[in-house]
Design a binder for this molecule. Structure first.
Ligand code: GAP
Length: 464
């Protein structure tokens, strides 16, 4: 079957619908909103925080809990300025900036304009906003600069990291000494990165402050190609296991002209966002570029000594680099649906139960004697078991279900008159809408079991 196009995609969900839901239900707000906002920066509300926590937790689980060849790191956001010289970011981390010389004076990324207009490097470009002439492109460095210490003067400039990866490379020796690992092994890190993007936009897809989940996997040079392929598969499967429909995910190898300065091979895992196919995560074969550059600039030996063979070598690096915000956006987009329940429109997020901000809503039928108290007991049992639950007593039961459907809560437990008689509750499934009666004693175990069971999205996949 043909790949779905962006237009078909927008019939299913638009970015506007996601932005509206995210604000209405407290996932994401424009930052500094009461002051008119600040260029594509966003604040995450309660459910957004829970969703991002779950994305990170799933990533850590796949990197640390389910393997024994990766260790964790949390390095500083600001590093010695020489780090960025060695990494090539000071010189090469630039985008081609063009400015409109006509009426609107807007700034654009030249490469994006050419791509969107389907134009080659020699074709003439005009401003897409007002049709004005554009300036010659100039290389604009994306790193945010600030100063260390009380006075802003030459010599104390520092940069906010544009990727978490360099913090890992400069700690390679530290980790090697304490972790007692030998290649192949990895160092994983999650944290904020900053890029002064020329044209941020499309909600949380491209922002100037964002969070990355990066893992540098150090391997003997002759194993690099094999591990590159392996990590592409592992990372693609991570998204599929978390419910992204296979028809909306693809792996696209970079052409030679697209490769970053450090890469000898990169593949993007792309998702069909409402803006079209776009990068969700990149997997790069960085060779020994980073370790050799830091060895050269710091004069610290970065080699690994193989005790068994006596060989010394600079490991090569395979890097899966993902974005927390971008992954959260993909999960929101892929799970969003407007369907009809009992003759009425309902908006629902079919999020994987492990990603859902709230796992179970406990809903007492209101005004009935003893039911709110019983529901509180059920709610407390979930909390004691470490299962994120929400107690909701306000409004009709239909309204409460809808509120929970919109934030993607997979299970609803209703405490009703029968509960008071026989100790059973109604368990409602967000996706199938099936309702079953279960004894209160088995609830926590039942939900805990469902949270670890394999899961596939109930939404149709155009390729199936
Ligand atoms: N260390 C390699 C590296 O940083 P990248 O492809 O530039 O590679 C990795 O970034 C991931 O970080 C991207 O696939 C994306 O998910 C996320 N990312 C990059 N720039 C971003 C931005 N401006 N806003 C949101 N996420 C971004």
């Amino acid at each position: 079957m043909a790949e779905p196009t962006a237009d078909e995609r927008n019939e299913e969900v638009t970015m506007d619908e996601i932005v509206a839901l995210a604000k209405r239900r407290g996932f994401v707000f424009p930052a500094s909103e009461i002051y008119g906002g600040l260029g594509s920066t966003y604040d995450y509300g309660h459910y957004g925080v829970l969703l991002k926590n779950n994305v990170r937790n799933e990533w850590w689980r796949s990197m640390l809990t389910e393997r024994d060849d990766i260790v964790a790191l949390d390095s500083a956001i600001m590093q010695h300025p020489r780090v960025w010289e060695a990494s090539g970011h000071l010189e090469g981390f630039t985008d081609p900036l063009v400015q409109c010389l006509g009426d609107c004076k807007k700034r654009w990324r030249e490469d994006h304009l050419r791509e969107e207009a389907g134009l080659g490097p020699e074709d003439e470009l005009v401003c897409p906003e007002c049709g004005g002439e554009l300036s010659e492109p100039r290389n604009f460095n994306l790193m945010f600069q600030t100063h260390m210490g009380p006075v802003a003067e030459e010599g104390n400039e520092v940069f906010l990291r544009p990727e978490t990866a360099q913090g890992i490379f400069i700690n390679f020796k530290n980790v090697l000494n304490f972790a007692r690992k030998s290649p192949p092994f990895g160092i994983a890190q999650v944290g904020k990165s900053f890029r002064n993007e020329i044209t941020p936009g499309n909600f949380i897809f491209r922002t100037r402050e964002f969070e990355q989940m990066e893992m540098e996997f150090f391997v003997p040079p002759d194993q690099a190609e094999e591990w590159y392929r392996t990590w592409i598969d592992i990372r693609r499967d991570w998204y599929l296991d978390l419910g992204i429909r296979p028809g909306f995910l693809t792996v696209r190898p970079h052409g030679p002209d697209e490769l970053s300065h450090y890469s000898s091979g990169t593949s993007d895992i792309e998702y069909l966002f409402p803006i079209g196919w776009s990068e969700l995560e990149g997997i790069a074969n960085r060779g020994d570029f980073d370790l050799s550059r830091h060895q050269e600039f710091s004069r610290e030996k970065m080699e690994y000594l193989d005790q068994k063979t006596g060989d010394r070598y600079l490991p090569h690096v395979i890097e899966p680099a993902a974005g927390v915000d971008r992954a959260a956006l993909a999960f929101l987009v892929d799970s969003f649906e407007v369907d009809e329940v009992e003759g009425r429109e309902r908006t629902v997020l079919h999020l994987h139960p492990r990603l859902a901000p709230v796992k179970v809503a406990v809903l007492p039928l209101v005004g009935k004697e003893g039911q709110p108290e019983k529901a509180r007991e059920v709610f407390d049992a979930f909390r004691r078991a470490g299962i994120q639950a929400e107690y909701d007593q306000g409004g009709s039961i239909g309204k409460r279900y809808r509120r929970q459907d919109e934030i993607g809560t997979p299970y609803g437990v209703t405490v009703d008159h029968q509960t008071m008689e026989d100790g059973t509750v109604t368990l409602r499934d967000r996706d199938s809408l099936e309702q079953e009666r279960l004894p209160i004693e088995s609830l926590v175990e039942e939900i805990a079991g469902r949270l670890v069971a394999p899961w596939t999205s109930p939404k149709p996949d155009p390729r199936s």
